[in-house]
Design a protein around this ligand. Structure first.
Ligand SMILES: Nc1ncnc2c1ncn2[C@@H]1O[C@H](COP(=O)(O)OP(=O)(O)OP(=O)(O)O)[C@@H](O)[C@H]1O
Ligand SMILES: [Mg+2]
Length: 292
């Protein structure tokens, strides 16, 4: 392999460094590329600059994260990475898959179409539809379409009509999902690399809470990788089109259900809880992909 770049918003990020270490162990040196420093020139020449380097000279770009920014940033970054992929650079995860994973509606659709179990979900900007949905679900989890880290998630019941109206005004289209009443208030985060589940942890919600994200005070515990977890997590990763991802799973009474696929997952939680280093696995996967 000639050269690999790792796209980051923060070069000190734990996962980015783990990937870089993994590549170094395999004899490949990688350059960290801050996404906010990219410049694309469209003229007689076409260049994708970051300092002196042109990203078109890379074999492979591993995207650790796309950063957060205004809609202009997101559109620019996505189009840049998509163009590089079109022009022959191996981009991991594929930009289309990262965008699909970031959008909870698109993710639910992809899961459903691939036959991966996922809770019943309605997306609408109509107040009447939204209210009917909450009435029929009894309890509905309302999530931002582009949410993360368990932020801005509300549990609605039919009495919350005013809150529902307010959410519609503030957010536009809203995503309503059947509340899965798991016996224990926890979810499973399975870290998938290719066809392998590198590790899985339970994230247990704090007492009295039902949102279990580590960023919301959840606690990580080791989770045995059963054949059901392996199958559902690998299928979800494939359905969304990511090659590595963090798949969030709820244990419902009817079996496991996938609620989310994270296309730019952190490997730190799995490392802290299990000592599993996904960096090396992602590095191996990237090298295999670039040889195709
Ligand atoms: N349908 C549901 N039923 C019960 N609990 C849910 C449901 N959806 C989400 N939760 C709880 O809320 C948490 C956050 O939900 P979700 O993973 O969908 O969004 P997010 O965590 O904000 O996004 P990201 O994982 O990208 O940061 C889950 O980990 C789970 O604990
Ligand atoms: Mg989640």
């Amino acid at each position: 392999m000639k050269s690999v770049g790792i796209v980051v918003s923060n070069p000190e990020d734990w996962t980015a460094r783990a990937i870089s270490r993994g590549l170094a162990e395999l004899g490949v040196s990688a350059v960290m590329m801050e996404i906010s420093e990219l410049a694309v020139e469209i003229g007689a020449d076409l260049s994708f600059r970051r300092g002196e380097a042109d990203l078109l000279d890379l074999d492979t770009l591993i995207i650790r994260d796309m950063g957060r920014g205004a809609p202009q940033d997101v559109a620019f970054r996505f189009e840049t990475l998509r163009s590089l992929a079109d022009l022959g650079v191996t981009v991991i995860n594929p930009p289309e898959a990262i965008v699909r994973a970031a959008n909870k509606f698109a993710t639910s659709m992809a899961l459903r179409r691939a036959g991966v179990p996922t809770p019943r979900t309605v997306v609408t900007s109509s107040y009447d539809e939204a209210l009917r949905t909450v009435e029929s679900m009894g309890r509905a989890v309302c999530k931002p379409l582009f949410g993360y880290k368990g932020r801005d998630i509300e549990l609605l019941c039919p009495e919350d009509a005013d809150l529902l109206k307010d959410l519609l005004i503030r957010r536009g289209a809203i995503y309503l999902q059947e509340f899965v009443d798991t016996p224990e208030k926890r979810d499973i985060r399975a870290f998938v690399v290719g066809d392998v589940v590198a590790g899985a942890i339970y994230r247990v919600a704090p007492p009295g809470e039902w949102i279990s994200n580590l960023a919301r005070g959840g606690r990580a515990e080791r989770c045995e990788i059963t054949s059901e977890i392996k199958r559902i997590a690998v299928d979800a990763n494939r359905a969304v089109g990511t090659v590595y991802s963090g798949v969030d799973i709820l244990e419902s009474e009817e079996g496991m259900m996938v609620i989310e696929v994270n296309g730019t997952p952190s490997g730190k939680g799995i490392y802290s809880a299990l000592g599993v280093d996904v960096g090396r696995m992602i590095a191996e996967l990237a090298i295999r992909a670039s040889m195709r």
